[in-house]
Design a binder for this molecule. Sequence first.
Ligand code: VGL
Ligand code: ZN
Length: 210
Amino acid sequence: MGINLNKSALIIVDVQNDFLPGGALAVGDGNEVIPVINQIQDKFDLIVATQDWHPSNHGSFAANHPGKEVGDFINLNGVNQYLWPIHCVENSEGAGFPESLQGQSWNKIFKKGTNPEVDSYSGFFDNGKIEETGLGDFLKGEGIEKVFVTGLAADYCVKFTVLDALDLGFKTYLLTDATKGVNVSPNDTIEAFTEMENKGAILIQSNDLP
Ligand code: VGL
Ligand code: ZN
């Protein structure tokens, strides 16, 4: 497939306890991405992780909107917002990374979703595209041209991270065996894969890496 890893970064999206089986917003089989991600980290000179990190009054939590339930939508400061269970509250166990995920060679962690007024699926921008996390400038400052995206959840934070990476001009690969989706609707993950591919992402598996 002719991939070389010069000027490449591995992006690990939201592999946090709350998105793993038993967590507050568990992704089915989400734990299966961990050994795959561990196995490929050595190939990359630059590794970044994103961390969903919400204050307890975050506007994406159904519990913060009396009368609303998980799965409802609200208008959150002009953005259509799906309401989630309480998850990844800053400094909680659920917001932490699992011990089984190797993190010793990560260059930087980017927290997102810290503003209670707006959600942030992408690792680059909030959902209103008002504020940046700093990830884009960091990668460009390091001379990165290609990104390889992994993590959770395929149909939310991974998808929006991939789409923004493409918008920012990175050659963008999705590692399909290193991501799993929430599937609020049953086909969400497969549709997210198609959408990412249609917008220019290159879908590969970890064993396609050199
Ligand atoms: C995510 C829903 C809410 C994710 C984060 O990491 O995909 N999904 N917050
Ligand atoms: Zn969140």
